[in-house]
Write a protein that binds this ligand. Structure first.
Ligand SMILES: Cc1cc2nc3c(=O)[nH]c(=O)nc-3n(C[C@H](O)[C@H](O)[C@H](O)COP(=O)(O)O)c2cc1C
Length: 321
């Protein structure tokens, strides 16, 4: 009788106790696993009316390049069933403006700042990475490898194993910061690219970036996007993303930031069970600017319901038989 009561009290106690959501991601301390997916949360200030940035595990900022980039002509966005296509073209003001105008704002908060970087040649990547090394408040770099190398006939770094390895090796050598390779899903076997990132010395992985897609207006017989093709994101891609995180988690021992269509805490926990240590919320921010906080409270309440005291214990714990 007494032992039944004790066990009921233990269950009640674990339900009331706040689960430990903290994550050590490749040496970056995150108070919880919820990050913002690059390009969907600006540089943080754009969402300040809706989200207290101190509550997030971290902010992954919009892609930063060595020089300013104007982006593609409109239309640049098209809504699809359960998702969206975008061809923004990585518009950004360049690393100097980022450092002068965006970083001073971001470093006021008690949250990790991960800077997403890209370029159109190996030298441009290395240039932007060098400018960010040692900058106070920058916790790590996320390297978007889904860009064409204009010096090599436009071959996309992230879909060619040799190009991806050479790029990530050069980036690794150019910085003392943790390097997180953001993988492209537009490949046949994503585990090969995860291994290339590991061999290049990367500290972590982010996946997935958008899936290449296209939509056509049948009346005027023209593509919906001025760029013709664009990146598909949102809930439509979630099962693909979860599958890729699961495959990669088994292939390499690097920590993973999982993303692709996360809208709720349960969506996020799918990625955690598949093997991600942290997650990022992207397209959902456009529908609900407080999506990051909703995902966070959803994770916490699901853990409480299940009596789980520690998020880290769930990483990779899907029972796939
Ligand atoms: C409008 C938009 C802009 C994006 N910009 C970037 C970017 O600058 N760099 C990058 O690595 N990924 C970028 N992404 C990809 C997202 O960070 C994320 O990997 C992808 O959208 C999947 O997550 P989601 O389905 O939750 O949006 C962008 C996505 C969208 C929708």
């Amino acid at each position: 009788m007494r032992s039944k009561k004790n066990s009921e009290l233990r269950t009640l106690h674990s339900a009331l106790k706040r689960p430990d959501l903290s994550v050590n991601f490749a040496g970056i301390r995150l108070k919880n696993p919820v990050l913002t997916a690059s390009g969907t949360f600006g540089y943080g200030s754009e969402f300040a009316d809706f989200v207290d940035l101190n509550k997030l595990g971290g902010v992954i900022v919009k892609g930063v390049s060595l020089r300013p980039i104007k982006g593609n002509p409109p239309p640049r966005i098209w809504e699809t069933p359960s998702g969206m296509l975008n061809a923004i073209g990585l518009e950004n003001p360049g690393v100097d403006v980022f450092l002068d105008e965006k970083m001073p704002y971001l470093r006021q908060f008690d949250t990790a700042v991960i800077v997403n970087v890209f370029g159109y040649s190996l030298e441009e990547y290395v240039g932007v990475v060098e400018r960010l090394d040692g900058v106070p408040g920058v916790s790590g770099l996320e390297v978007n490898i889904s860009c064409p190398n204009v010096k090599a006939g436009g071959i996309v770094f992230g879909t060619n194993l040799k190009a991806a390895f050479e790029l990530l090796s050069a980036v690794r050598k150019a910085t003392t910061l943790p390097v997180i390779a953001k993988l492209s899903p537009n490949v046949t076997d994503i585990t090969e690219f995860a291994r290339a990132a590991r061999d290049a010395g990367c500290d972590g992985l982010s996946l997935i970036n958008t899936l290449l897609g296209m939509a056509i207006d049948v009346r005027c017989r023209r593509p919906r996007l001025a760029n013709c093709t664009g990146g598909l994101s949102g809930p439509a891609i979630r099962p693909v993303a979860v599958r890729m995180v699961w495959q990669v988690a088994q292939a390499v021992p690097l920590p993973i930031i999982g993303m692709g269509g996360i809208v709720t805490g349960e969506d996020a926990l799918e990625f955690i069970l598949a093997g991600a240590s942290a997650i990022a919320v992207g397209t959902a921010n456009f529908v609900n600017p407080r999506a990051t906080l909703d995902v966070l409270s959803g994770i916490e309440s699901t853990l409480r319901e299940q009596g789980a005291g520690n998020l880290a214990d769930l990483v990779g714990k899907v029972d796939a038989g």
